[in-house]
Design a protein around this ligand. Structure first.
Ligand code: ADP
Ligand code: MG
Length: 626
């Protein structure tokens, strides 16, 4: 518990004790009034101060103003008429209990979320005599040279010493276009290196690097408001003035009418009703329970291995109508076996060694699999300049020769005519020194639950599933058919994928969400562009986890439909709470205006609704059987 919360708790306990003690103190008149001002001041001083500031800043109508007017008014009635001051202090006390509860709950879930989505880079690569060692970024001194491979986060701010690449800076700037860097350019931590190997001389220690500032941004991102939360603030904007003027009318109009009809005006009765009306009107239950419902939903999803980056994304998930998938690493394992080698002039071993060297810096699943197929240590001193061309392959200098490994598009772009392959599988064509040397046929397996996951999506109300892939048409068709996917497009470049998703965005029915699921390798821009980006967290690159709005920690495609069901449940609870809070409030307001409710009832109704709403909100946390 933080200091602030502790202080509040002490104020609450002291006030409660004083309130009970004063009840038995046999003083009356003005002395009693002055005695009650002590607990009132202790519990309410900050509310009074905030209300006063609100008036000075001309932002009068907030809940502080409501509480201040109602309690001061109740004190005044006590002084002038009834001699009862307990009510006023108690109202303030209950209000503060609610506030304490709220800040505790909100603070706790904030911390959980930022712990879950730690964007802190875990390591920096330091080059010691040709060997890369991973060290804690905190330990790297200014002026050290660090190495950043494609797909990795830049851990520290610095200047590029050698290498060329493009950087994804969207986590820092919101800019989705990659930024190209070359030697001499400044580079900030927290970007993701997309294509080439970079050697960077650091200019700041970790604590002062940009990424430390970005961590603050993430805190804010997690509190991004959803539409339903905005609903509260929009609601408050007309609601508070409405009840204040309503109360004013209630205090003034009936006595005036009575005067006109020559009855006694009963001013204090009507002023009291007006003040009760104000206390009743406090929308505490709404204000507390809606964020809490979202936090509970996000927390429950987190326990299920689904990381949701903010309440707005939870709301989006609940409206998902179309789910678009990337193939490799998302629907398939992304773990390829080498099936065959065709048309090779080289020994099988030599061919794979060249391929492994070429793929040594790539984090693409194909690259990882080829390195695994080689299985022996690589002599990295043979590797020079590295270039990875998204959605095509790699072009690398090995022993001073240019070696290309990738698809037929890559070969043609280098002016080399590949030999087409007739086996079904993913084909890695190879060329050494501009000369075609054959291709490696590799095959991937579909994730065990992928077909079930697509069926489960249909059951949860998703009416369209689409697959986009950079891979060849034959493989794509086979996978789509096996999994029961409605539609597929193949041989797409990363920018084609963005275009396809944009097309779907323009054609979708209003109020519906198009979600894209990917691993972030060659599809981070699509993750950002779709209404909702869902990333595979375990296999996915840092880029994906950064760009996505929802991260599946264990890469299980079954989790997508689960996430949708969790979101639907949570939204249902949110709406239940809105209806409950506003409904009870309306009934109490009418009772208050009719003089059938006093302030105690008002406070208890509010606390009661709040407790019900909070208990209901906590239901969002339980998701294991969804
Ligand atoms: P997907 O959409 O299936 O995830 P990608 O967009 O990542 O596929 O890649 C598209 C195609 O580009 C791959 O099927 C492969 O032919 C080629 N490719 C991409 N990166 C590499 C690489 N590092 N090595 C070899 N081929 C690659
Ligand atoms: Mg991919």
């Amino acid at each position: 518990m933080t200091k602030k919360l502790k202080k509040m708790l002490i104020r609450i306990i002291v006030t409660a004790v004083l309130l009970v003690a004063l009840h038995f103190v046999p003083v009356s008149g003005i002395a009693r009034f002055l005695l009650y001002l002590i607990p009132y001041g202790i519990i309410g001083y900050d509310i009074l101060r905030k209300a006063w500031r609100g008036i000075l800043n001309r932002q009068v109508f907030d809940e502080n103003f409501l509480m201040a007017v109602a309690t001061i008014g109740a004190l005044a009635i006590g002084l002038l008429k009834t001699g009862d001051y307990e009510e006023s202090v108690a109202v303030m006390l209950f209000y503060q209990v609610g506030e304490l509860f709220q800040s505790y709950a909100v603070g706790k879930s904030r911390r959980n979320i930022s712990e879950l989505m730690d964007i802190r880079p875990d390591y920096a690569n330091i080059d010691t005599n040709g060997q890369l060692t991973r060290v804690d970024p905190d330990e790297v001194a200014v002026g050290t040279v660090i190495v950043v491979n494609p797909g990795e986060k830049v851990p520290l701010d610095g200047i590029v010493e050698s290498g060329e690449s493009s950087l994804n800076t969207s986590a820092l700037t919101g800019e989705s276009l990659p930024r190209d860097v070359k030697p001499g350019d400044g580079i900030v931590s927290g970007c993701i290196n997309m294509s080439g190997v970079l050697r960077i001389r650091t200019t700041r220690v970790f604590g002062e690097s940009t990424v430390s500032k970005v961590l603050d941004l993430v805190e804010n991102a997690s509190s991004r408001k959803s539409r339903s939360e905005n609903f509260i603030s929009r609601f408050a904007r007309w609601y508070t003035p409405a009840v204040v003027f309503g109360a004013l009318a209630l205090a003034v109009l009936p006595p005036l009418v009575r005067l006109l009809l020559s009855f006694p005006p009963e001013w204090s009765e009507w002023v009291y009703r007006a003040l009760t009306f104000l206390v009743i009107s406090c929308p505490c239950a709404l204000v507390i329970s809606i964020p809490l419902s979202f936090f509970a939903g996000i927390g429950g999803a987190g326990k299920a291995g689904i990381l949701i980056k903010g309440s707005n994304w939870l709301e989006a998930l609940s409206k998902t109508g179309t789910v678009v998938f990337d193939k490799t690493g998302t629907l398939t394992m992304g773990v390829f076996d080498v099936v065959d080698i065709h048309h090779s002039e080289l020994e099988r071993e030599t061919m794979i060694e060249y391929a492994a060297l070429a793929e040594s810096a790539s984090s693409h699943p194909i690259a990882v699999s080829i390195r695994k197929a080689w299985g022996k240590p690589l002599d990295m001193s043979r590797v020079g300049k590295v270039e990875e061309i998204s959605g095509n392959g790699v072009v690398v200098e090995i022993d001073g020769q240019e070696v290309a490994a990738g698809n037929s598009r890559l070969m043609r772009s280098l002016g080399i005519e590949p030999i087409e392959c007739h086996s079904t599988g993913t084909i890695v064509h190879m060329a050494i020194g501009g000369h075609y040397t054959g291709h490696i046929v590799i095959s991937d397996v579909v994730k065990p639950d992928a077909a079930k996951a697509i069926a489960a999506l249909k059951q949860s109300g998703v009416h369209q599933t689409v697959m986009l892939t950079g891979d060849g048409k034959a493989v794509a068709a086979e996978v789509a058919e096996r999994l029961g996917i409605d539609q597929f497009w193949s041989e797409l470049l990363p920018e084609d994928k963005v275009e396809k998703v944009e097309e779907m965005l323009t054609r979708k029915p209003a109020g519906e969400i198009v979600a894209f699921v990917g691993d972030g390798i060659n599809d981070a821009p699509v993750l950002t562009r779709a209404d909702l980006g869902i990333a595979m967290g375990a296999l996915g690159s840092d880029a994906a986890i950064e760009a996505a709005d929802v991260v599946l920690m264990d890469d299980d495609p079954m989790k997508i439909s689960k996430a949708i069901r969790i979101a639907r449940k949570c939204m249902r609870i949110v709406y239940e709470n809105i209806v409950l809070a506003i409904g009870v409030k309306a009934v109490c307001l009418v009772l208050g205006a009719l003089g059938l409710a006093n302030m105690w009832l008002a406070v208890f109704a509010d606390v009661g609704v709040m407790i019900l709403a909070v208990l209901n909100a906590i239901r969002a946390l339980f998701v294991s059987r969804l």
